[in-house]
Design a protein around this ligand. Structure first.
Ligand SMILES: Nc1ncnc2c1ncn2[C@@H]1O[C@H](COP(=O)(O)OP(=O)(O)O)[C@@H](O)[C@H]1O
Ligand SMILES: Nc1ccn([C@H]2C[C@H](O)[C@@H](COP(=O)(O)OP(=O)(O)O)O2)c(=O)n1
Length: 291
């Protein structure tokens, strides 16, 4: 992917015009762009891009997404530079105050359920719902529903999930906010979110919600791999190649969130490598005082 990145960032030596589309995280829309220079303080966050057919997607440092359609590249003999308009960041978003006021009225009680892929988050959340009256919101399920709904962002989300990459916070937070607002319950288990520091900081900033506590399912990769390969739900990301990528993302990005909440004394760690019933006994103990 390094070549594409180099293309995007290269200086003004060889001039071409490119057809670009930018998903603006602040206005929540795709915009067509031509001949606009990349500002030095906005850059693709990694060398990795998502490729689908002729289209390359880059996540930019301001949480916008750049869509680069190779098939629509326009050549020109002279003058060219790539330029991507700055749209501001998630936290600067004009939607921030709007969402905050809506959710701050509701003041829901939130427990984050975190753990590696296949650690048993979904399985235990179903038990918690039954015993403790919470509503279960799985970030992954909400994203998969968004793909199925045929939404404009569906392809981008699908590509990111297939690659095991974390979808930009703006997308996931909007889906979580909507689900919380549409439900009458005031107690929510948020499963699989926040998955990186950016998810965490943006959620706190946008919604003003601080979790009651964080349930952390601790499980070995060996056990999680075995479970995911046997999950059999037809998920595009439950194949060995993507599973390994998801493990890497968990170690590189998600553990930091658990460490952050641990430093705040909010983490309740569960040995998730045991059989389902035993894990639930430990989960019950974690919920008992917060009942
Ligand atoms: N404690 C457990 N022991 C063995 N298998 C489990 C256990 N918990 C969950 N599973 C199975 O492992 C797979 C992954 O569990 P799931 O709850 O979907 O994990 P996550 O939501 O963390 O990805 C599922 O097929 C589930 O039935
Ligand atoms: N906060 C989140 C949660 C999930 N996702 C995406 C990326 C993840 O690999 C997939 C699947 O997540 P999900 O929580 O459903 O499943 P696993 O815990 O990986 O088994 O969804 C995300 O981008 N951001």
């Amino acid at each position: 992917m390094g070549n594409y990145r180099a293309d995007l960032l290269k200086d003004h030596a060889n001039y071409d015009y490119f057809y670009l589309e930018l998903f603006a995280s602040t206005t929540w829309e795709w915009r067509e762009l031509r001949n606009i220079r990349l500002s030095s303080y906005v850059y693709p966050v990694s060398d990795e891009a998502i490729i689908s057919g002729c289209v390359v997607y880059f996540l930019l440092s301001n949480y916008d997404i750049l869509r680069f359609d190779i098939s629509r590249q326009i050549s020109s003999s002279r003058q060219r530079f790539l330029h991507i308009e700055l749209m501001g960041t998630v936290v600067d978003s004009a939607n921030k105050e709007e969402s905050k006021s809506v959710l701050s009225e509701k003041k829901p009680k939130v427990v984050f359920v975190l753990g590696g892929p296949g650690s048993g988050k979904g399985t235990q959340c179903a038990n918690i719902v039954e015993h403790f009256g919470y509503t279960h919101l799985s970030a992954g399920d909400l994203l998969r529903a968004e793909i199925k709904s045929g939404s404009k962002n569906g392809t981008m989300i699908q590509n990111m999930i297939s690659e095991g990459i974390i979808v930009p916070s703006e997308v996931t937070i909007k889906l979580l906010e909507k689900a919380i607002m549409e439900n009458e319950n005031d107690k929510f288990l948020i499963d699989g979110f926040p998955r990186n520091e950016e998810n965490r900081a943006a959620f706190e900033s946008v919604t003003g919600i601080i979790p009651e506590f964080v349930l952390f399912f601790d499980c070995s990769e060996e056990e999680m791999e075995k479970r995911l390969l046997g999950r059999n739900q037809g998920r595009v990301d439950d194949n060995i190649e993507t599973i390994r990528k998801r493990f890497k993302v968990f170690v590189d990005s998600s553990l930091a969130v658990i460490e952050y909440y641990n430093s705040k004394g909010k983490v309740k760690k569960i040995d998730a490598g045991k059989p389902v019933g035993e894990v639930f006994e430990a989960v019950k103990a974690a919920f008992a005082p917060a009942k």
